[in-house]
Design a protein around this ligand. Structure first.
Ligand code: ATP
Ligand code: MG
Length: 349
């Protein structure tokens, strides 16, 4: 039997509550499948660790993580005691960068039984592939002059390799989806980076003659997310554009508490990291009322990445069937506890 070694970082706040729930579901579906199992190793890294040791994770933390197949993370952050830039850069961004997780994937799908803030949404099912390591989020730039003449410069860095990698991954996903890729651009306003982005998109799409494509400027694309989200299948976007689109995607699904995400090292040289979109939610932590669906759906993405798509589909179906029966936590307008939602999902499975 195949055993996957998973490093688990529950992190802070509700991360400590939703991660064990998701692990219970993953262990359960592994047993149902019969062909694989998980071996979970817990790391107590995060803000508690920082308050005790002065760092979010140990010096050799990255080397430790490299010994695992994947990383399963809850949420990190304790804004009242640890400044956000420390918790973010000392753990999340550090892992994403040092393990070269250069692709971020986030689905946005209208689940059965859920109320989208859109008035009459048709059934949408979008996957946003975001370049996760370069682009607009670079540390190249600076400030010159002072006073009234002061100028800030922020450079965006687009490499051919990084851009092409994100685009090829999007096309590969579209093959197993509805054969459509939309490129998010802004080449009418950004005169160097986005024409380069468009040029590479035109080259890459030639290798995928069966996949239909569209190119939208990011401003129009954001509007289409609200007006006609059902028109999209896979979207490929740069770091900044993808960041904005994926938050919007979470919003139109109905709650940040259900949105999943994956930071992928698609070369599989190092582990990938699976973490939901939501944060540590200090306002509801410790009350047993957090929605575990974001973390469980994130577990489904890990199953997919490990090659167990059929099992992953079962997990998502169980989530949808649970919501359709009205078992929902407070963020979705229901009254169920975390435990009740988890048990309902296990029952559906
Ligand atoms: P971070 O800085 O870590 O992203 P944040 O404060 O910006 O954190 P979240 O921690 O995601 O964002 O919380 C935003 C709001 O959404 C909070 O009111 C929180 O209670 C709610 N929320 C987030 N995740 C969940 C969840 N899983 N279940 C229920 N409510 C949630
Ligand atoms: Mg935040």
């Amino acid at each position: 039997m195949k055993t996957y070694k998973i490093a688990v970082i529950p992190g802070d706040g509700i991360g400590k509550e939703v991660v064990p729930a998701a692990i219970e579901v993953l262990d359960y579906v592994a047993k149902l499948d019969g062909g694989f199992q998980f071996e979970w190793t817990y790391f107590p890294w995060g803000c508690d660790y920082y308050l005790e040791h002065g760092e979010m994770m140990p010096e050799d933390g990255i080397e430790t993580l490299k010994q695992f197949d994947q990383v399963f993370l809850g949420a990190v952050g304790m804004p009242e005691l640890v400044p956000d830039h420390i918790s973010l850069w000392g753990l999340l961004i550090k892992i994403r960068r040092e393990l070269k997780q250069s692709i971020n994937v986030r689905p946005a799908k209208l689940l059965k039984g859920l109320q989208s803030p859109l008035r009459n949404p048709q059934n949408f099912d979008i996957t946003v592939v975001r370049e996760n390591s370069e682009g607009e989020y670079s540390d190249s730039g600076g400030r010159i002059h002072q006073g009234a003449d002061e100028i800030a410069i922020q450079n965006a860095i687009f490499t051919r390799k990084g851009t092409e990698r994100a685009m090829r991954y999007a096309f590969e996903l579209a093959k197993n989806s509805r054969q459509h890729v939309t490129s998010a651009t802004k080449s009418n306003g950004l005169t160097y980076s986005m024409p380069f982005w468009d040029e590479i998109f035109d080259e890459v799409k030639k290798d995928y003659p069966d996949i239909d494509t569209a190119v939208n400027h990011i401003d129009a694309l954001a509007a289409f997310f609200v007006m006609k989200p059902h028109a999209f299948d896979v979207i490929v976007a740069s770091n900044l554009f993808g960041d904005i689109l994926t938050d919007l995607g979470g919003a139109i699904m109905g709650s940040i508490g259900i949105a999943p995400a994956a930071n992928l090292n698609i070369e599989r040289e190092f582990p990938s990291m699976f973490e939901p979109v939501h944060g540590s939610a200090p306002d509801i932590a410790g009350k047993g009322i957090a929605n575990p669906i974001g973390q469980i759906w994130t577990g489904k993405m890990m199953l997919d990445f490990l090659g167990h798509q059929d099992t992953g589909t079962k997990v998502l179906n169980a989530i949808e069937n649970t919501l359709a029966t009205g078992v929902k936590t407070g963020d979705l307008g229901g009254t169920a506890t975390l435990e009740e939602v988890k048990n309902a999902i296990l029952n559906q499975l």
